[in-house]
Design a protein around this ligand. Sequence first.
Ligand SMILES: [Zn+2]
Length: 147
Amino acid sequence: MKKPNESSHEVDGFTALELVLFLINFAVASYIALLGLRRYGWIGFVAGFVLGFILLPTCILAMVWLRVMIFTGKPSLPKCGNQRCEARDYRVIRGTKDGFLYECKCGIRYMKEGRQTYEVLPNGEDAAYMEWRAFKGWFPIEKGKVK
Ligand SMILES: [Zn+2]
């Protein structure tokens, strides 16, 4: 669902950011195509344009993927303490200055701060739960590493 105030940033179905990225992408592709044309003729032009066009999106996707694999976690949340709920089963309760408070379908609440998750006990205290290790997965937080 879009919020009403977001519509002003749209240009014919594209967001302004997408349009800018497309234009940059087009410029990069054109530049590489011209380099290809000079060196290899028309085949170089076509190959350069295709290569140039997939280069930037590939780099952006790679950066997004790296960011997820290093900082966010994939899946974005570990299985819940009952081993029943997956990341998609959580709902956001609220955001805080440190992270987000989630609740799984069993009703257990978890705080995610960066790469670490804490179970929020009914008395309001935090209990160390799982941490994301870059490229490795979710692991229980070791004792002594609790914030
Ligand atoms: Zn659960």
